[in-house]
Design a protein around this ligand. Structure first.
Ligand SMILES: [Zn+2]
Length: 274
């Protein structure tokens, strides 16, 4: 089943390979009706995409993905229908961007100690948006010839528990839920099939979590069935998207290929605080 929406999409504003313009162009070519731009810790790509899609058949939903993982547990929250210019949200994201930069720089230092220096200027250049990520470091490592591809960089050096890995400072997910709400949006838990259900799901639900990402390329049919059952128990809206970061290694473009029901968008919109 093909669907006419994608609720999980990255652009060059964070670690995606395609600009907001290219993503919007492709979404229109695929006849999508809704596109949520959910860059990591920035709404800049969403702002650009919204402007580009104005007066087209495509509605761009302003979103954001915020990582609140600790070393034990990785939780990513997706915000939908946030006001991309809300001052509380922007202040919060700026703080997170600064921490990300510090962390990536520290990881680059680790790589140098391990005999794999990467030029910091080049890492910054590879990140065209406001947000630095491990994948920018991975791309620089590929350029230097230390690894064959990004996947190898993560598997051997940058992934959790690997020699150059430095964990994030843990952030209270309740704080993130409050910021998303303050910005007029609703929150969903991202790819729980990949990261596992958080131990505090019950408390996140009490704090206003409204959605659970059920449809995701990393989820097996068994994951989907299990997550649909969990969404029913907690009365969470099943959401989904391709987690698009650009074409895959095989050249496939997954944008808009997850079977997400179209009414999901209205269900999320209805739950936004007024
Ligand atoms: Zn994502």
């Amino acid at each position: 089943m093909s669907s006419r929406l994608d609720l999980h999409v990255h652009t060059t504003a964070s670690d995606g390979r395609w600009s907001p313009a290219r993503v919007v162009h492709e979404a229109l070519a695929r006849n999508l009706r809704y596109l949520a731009i959910t860059d990591h810790e920035t709404t800049q790509g969403a702002v650009e995409a919204m402007a580009l899609a104005r007066d087209t058949s495509l509605e761009v939903i302003p979103g954001v993905e915020i990582s609140v993982g600790s070393s034990e547990e990785e939780i990513d929250l997706l915000g939908y229908f946030v006001d991309p210019a809300h001052p509380d949200l922007l202040r919060f994201l700026k703080g997170m961007q600064a921490e990300r930069t510090e962390r990536i720089r520290a990881m680059a230092e680790r790589l140098a100690q391990l005999g794999m220096p990467v030029p910091w200027e080049r890492v910054l250049e590879l990140a065209t948006g406001d947000v630095l990520g491990r994948s920018h470091l991975a791309r620089a490592m590929v350029e230097q010839g230390y690894v064959a591809d990004e996947a190898e960089a993560f598997r051997r050096w940058l992934g959790r528990g690997c020699p150059a890995y430095i964990p994030r400072r843990p952030i209270d997910p309740h704080e993130v839920l409050a910021v998303i709400r303050a910005a007029g949006g609703v929150a969903a838990l991202a790819h729980p099939g990949r990261s596992g259900l958080p131990r505090n799901l019950e408390s996140l639900w009490r704090a206003g979590l409204v959605g659970l990402e059920v449809f995701h390329p990393d989820h097996s049919p068994a994951d989907v069935a299990r997550l649909i059952a969990i969404a029913r128990i907690y009365n969470l809206i099943p959401t989904g998207g391709s987690d698009f970061h650009g074409p895959g290694p095989d050249g496939r473009i997954l944008l808009g290929t997850m079977p997400v029901p179209e009414h999901t968008v209205e269900r999320l919109r209805e739950r936004c605080p007024r």
